[in-house]
Ligand binder design. Structure first.
Ligand code: GLA
Length: 396
């Protein structure tokens, strides 16, 4: 998910290898032994399909979380972040427990610490950790999964031994989130961030899981519009939707909703309570849209790709019920503009950001014009980011 390590909503200055190492030294009094970088991600298409046994297309972006680490002292973990620079959180490595309030961000690295042990992977005897980022939290860009992947890389490197495959790192990070942080997310975020390749979308079939990739289409660009609004109960709403999907699958007699084609669903759906029917129909049709998008990308049919992205948003809006007036407004305004192929909410929903697939015809000032219209209605402008499709998490 995107619980986030800070509350900043304005674009952040990009950290560099030097700035991260310098800040680490200022806090811990020595240079870091190891440095990792993990990107955020956009959900290109596949809204709430991942934990329903379905497929998703994700992209790693050119905004990152940086994690620097040193061995510290045996038996002790110390954690600091640039957004809470003066406060170092100290934890006994033997008995980590969840933190609350201003220290809640450390639950992501602590979850990784626990998950490494649950997965039978090596851990160092202690660690000092420092985190910096230019990835806005709460925008649906998975700053939390990026932090998990960055932490997994530095801890494993400090522990020595062979680095596990990216797919294994994705599972470690997901377990951190599911088992320690307590968010029942699927594999989209961690799988995309661990396995992305520059210029390609990750095509993840979450059953298996099976990782493939497809080229990001030439002639198209990604823009992000962060509404800077997030429902206060977002984690609870996510868990509720997940529960509704599980209940619908149980009533339909399938293990996963993604087991059903839209035609099969049509034949069986009549007995479902009205709300479950809407949720399940979204997942089943969204699964078909992911497949359609992969085909359209292969055929170079950008208009079709864009139409599927917008159809995905409309389904989230009308069937899955996880959009907000802010997200819907942006999609309404963006899709009427020259150069916009399609637009949709990206990520779990209930706030966050809209992703638009655009051509160069979407001129430099077009985003600002949409932002001004948004500000007239909602009182503040969204934050617009031009995104590039980058590679996955790695050590420097
Ligand atoms: C969040 C979760 C993902 C996925 C999306 C919705 O980003 O972390 O696992 O379920 O929502 O598609």
């Amino acid at each position: 998910m995107d619980g986030g390590m800070n509350d900043l909503v304005t674009p952040l200055a990009a950290p560099t290898e030097d700035s991260v190492a310098r800040k680490f030294s200022e806090i811990y009094g020595c240079a870091p032994a190891v440095l990792a970088r993990a990107p955020g991600r956009v959900e290109f298409i596949g809204n709430h399909t991942d934990y329903n046994g379905g497929a998703v297309l994700g992209a790693a972006i050119n905004r990152q979380v940086w994690v620097a680490a040193g061995p510290g002292e045996p038996g002790r973990l110390r954690l600091a972040s640039a957004s809470a620079e003066s406060r170092v959180c100290e934890v006994a490595a033997a008995g980590v427990t969840r933190r609350t309030g201003g220290e809640a961000w450390v639950n992501y690295p602590l979850g990784v610490w626990q998950a490494l042990a649950s997965c039978g992977l090596p851990r160092p005897v202690g660690a000092d950790i420092f985190v910096d980022t230019d990835l806005p939290a709460g925008a649906g860009l998975s700053s939390s999964a990026a932090l998990e992947l960055g932490t997994a890389l530095v801890l494993l490197r400090l522990a020595g031994g062979a680095m596990p495959a990216a797919e294994v790192l994705a599972q470690v990070a997901r377990r951190a989130e599911n088992e320690f942080v307590g968010v029942p997310c699927g594999l989209l975020d961690q799988g995309t961030i661990a396995c992305a390749q520059p210029g390609r979308l990750v095509h993840l079939d979450c059953r298996g899981p099976v990782y493939r990739s497809v080229p990001f289409p030439a002639g198209a660009e990604l823009r992000l519009f962060d509404t800077r609004h997030r429902h206060a109960l977002v984690d609870g709403m996510y868990a509720r939707r997940r529960g509704e999907c599980a209940e619908a699958a149980r009533r339909l007699g399938v293990e996963w909703l993604a087991d059903l084609t839209p035609a099969e669903f049509q034949l069986r759906a009549a007995g479902l309570p009205a709300e479950l029917l809407l949720r399940a129909r979204h997942v089943v049709e969204e699964q078909a849209r992911v497949a359609g998008t992969v085909e359209a990308l292969a055929a170079g049919d950008l208009r079709r790709v864009g139409a599927l992205l917008t159809a995905s948003h409309r389904s989230s809006q009308h069937l899955f019920g996880n959009t907000t007036p802010e997200l819907d407004f942006l999609v309404d305004r963006l899709t009427g503009r020259p150069g916009v192929l399609g637009a949709r909410l990206t990520g779990g929903g209930f706030g966050g950001a809209v992703m638009a697939l655009v051509t160069p015809e979407f001129g430099a000032g077009a985003g600002a014009a949409v932002g001004a219209e948004f500000a007239q209605v909602f009182g503040h402008a969204p934050v617009e980011l031009a995104l590039e499709v980058g590679g996955g998490a790695g050590l420097l």
